[in-house]
Design a protein around this ligand. Structure first.
Ligand code: NAD
Length: 478
């Protein structure tokens, strides 16, 4: 049986051409045997994934370095170790999360019994992006397998070394009958999207998200969209600016800014911005040295297209630090822009690169208004020590997540749902939410034949019946 389907350009050697209908048909057959449902099979898949991450760490680190210039420590923190922890958490709780749950019934339905049974959806398509190409492929894959589904994984062609590594290694660690990897780009994804999958889990930008949603609508396929957007970082008066600067720099320049939940821009009063600027500069020097191009901790932009897109956002007159670029190595210096407003080019789209605009506002009210006038962000970071500011942001803003005083870290809490709202996405995953999105919570009601209490609602209706029904089935509210 074929495990990996490769794109046409890789098929000169006669390997299989992608036929999405056939692929789905085969996997429906596999799912139909029931082999993916037992807890033992699901556990074996998760254990296999975790073993792959540990035994093949070197192969993944090499691929991530080739694709994104990631340091091995960063690869472990944000990709391998992170995903392994997520899998461990799911493995620990899997039995209790998938156990049928009994549900209470109203008095008039008794002695019937009810429970909610989580059933897998069937065959799931996972489409993943390039920026965290291991984590964002394997975390949804783990969720789909934990819920008992067969899965097709389409990694991003923009991180080709990681895509090839996943395609090569996955069949050795998970059941190749039920997990397939399709490598390729737009043509392959377009072909896959013609099919009536039982769920599509997409991570990427909103433009492609719309393509996925439209394709899924044709088959009424449920969709999870993990999208991006501009995640603001508001810095309040009176906070420890040194710590705020270090955390913002860490969140922004990790993976050279190519992180969906990176702080996209800083928003604060002029007084705070002026005090923050030298501290941002100091933190960048502390982390990456005087010349970040020489730092093995600082990544590169994934490809020329993104390099060109991000470079164009650097307007010389606004550069407060950095601004240097090198197209050959796709290096963009950690850059801070000051004096920009909401109309600046860098504020028109998600930056997704190492450029940090500073936006001046008059205070908390103006910041809340600025954020509320734009698309709902995937994450919102508020650096504050004031309870009143915290309450204001919780109550008056909407975002995928809200974290006080630290960027990125909410992703690492497996008990917290992760996902966007509005333009930043639909649906949540991680931990128990991953089981919920990849399964159907089916109510199962068992009504005994005797006594036949339903006789109370059978016609013909009499006034006595009606009184009884009104009293017991829909008693008046007191
Ligand atoms: P990408 O270009 O790798 O695209 C994602 C996937 O869509 C890939 O597998 C790609 O092959 C496929 N694709 C691309 N164009 C397509 C088309 N026209 N038709 C069908 N399929 C197509 O990744 P990207 O979209 O550039 O990723 C960056 C974006 O993803 C950013 O906006 C970022 O914020 C967001 N993101 C979100 C999360 C999250 O968890 N919410 C995580 C990472 C990235």
């Amino acid at each position: 049986m074929t495990q990996t389907i490769r794109p046409p350009e890789a098929q000169a050697d006669g390997r299989d051409q992608l036929d999405a209908a056939l692929l789905l048909h085969e996997l429906r057959g596999v799912f139909g045997t029931g082999m993916t449902k037992p807890l033992a099979w699901r556990t074996a898949q998760l254990t296999g994934l975790r073993r792959m991450l540990s035994e093949q760490e070197a192969a993944f680190v090499e691929a991530l370095d080739a694709d994104l210039g990631k340091h091995s420590a960063e690869s472990w923190i944000t990709e391998l170790g992170y995903t392994s922890n997520e899998i461990t958490h799911v493995l620990k709780e899997l039995k209790s999360w998938t156990r049928p749950r009994s549900a209470p019934l109203p008095l008039w339905m008794r002695p019937a019994r009810a429970k909610v049974v989580r059933e897998p959806l069937g065959v799931v398509l996972v489409i993943s992006p390039w920026n965290y190409p291991v984590q964002l492929a394997l975390a949804p894959l783990a969720g789909a397998l934990a819920a008992g589904n067969a899965v097709v994984l389409k990694p991003s062609e923009v991180a080709p070394a990681t895509s090839a590594t996943l395609a090569r290694l996955l069949p050795r660690y998970v059941d190749p009958a039920a997990v397939r990897v399709v490598e390729g780009g737009v043509p392959e994804t377009t072909e896959l999207l013609t099919q009536p999958w039982d769920h599509i889990f997409f991570t990427g930008n909103g433009t492609v998200g719309r393509v996925v949603l439209e394709a899924a609508a044709r088959h009424l396929t449920p969709v999870t969209l993990e999208l991006g957007g501009k995640s603001p970082a508001f810095v309040d008066e009176g906070v420890d600016l040194d710590t705020a600067a270090r955390r913002i720099v860490w969140g922004k320049y990790t993976n050279a800014g190519q992180t969906c939940v990176a702080p996209d821009y800083v928003i604060a009063t002029r007084r705070v911005l002026d005090a923050l600027k030298p501290l941002l500069d100091k933190a960048i020097r502390d982390f990456y040295g005087e010349d970040p191009s020489q730092s093995d901790a600082y990544g590169r932009i994934v490809n020329e297209r993104h390099f060109g897109r991000i470079s164009r956002l650097i307007t010389e007159e606004h550069v407060a630090r950095g601004g240097g670029t090198d197209s050959e190595s796709r290096y963009i210096e950690p850059t801070v822009l000051d004096g920009v407003d909401g109309d600046h080019l860098a504020m028109q789209e998600e930056i997704f690169g190492p450029i940090l605009p500073l936006i001046e506002v008059s205070g908390v009210d103006a910041a809340v208004e600025f954020i509320g006038a734009r698309d709902k962000p995937l994450a919102l970071y508020v650096f504050t020590s004031r309870g009143e500011t915290k309450r204001r942001f919780i109550r008056d803003t909407s975002s995928g997540a809200l974290t006080f005083n630290a960027p990125l870290v909410h992703m690492g809490a497996p008990s917290l749902p992760f996902g966007g709202v509005g333009a930043s996405g639909m649906g949540k995953y991680h931990g128990e939410e991953s089981i919920a999105i990849f399964s159907h919570a089916k109510p199962v009601l068992d009504v005994p034949a005797k006594p036949d209490l339903l006789a109370a609602v059978y016609p013909p209706f009499t006034s006595i019946k009606e009184t009884l029904v009104r009293r017991f089935i829909a008693p008046p509210r007191r």
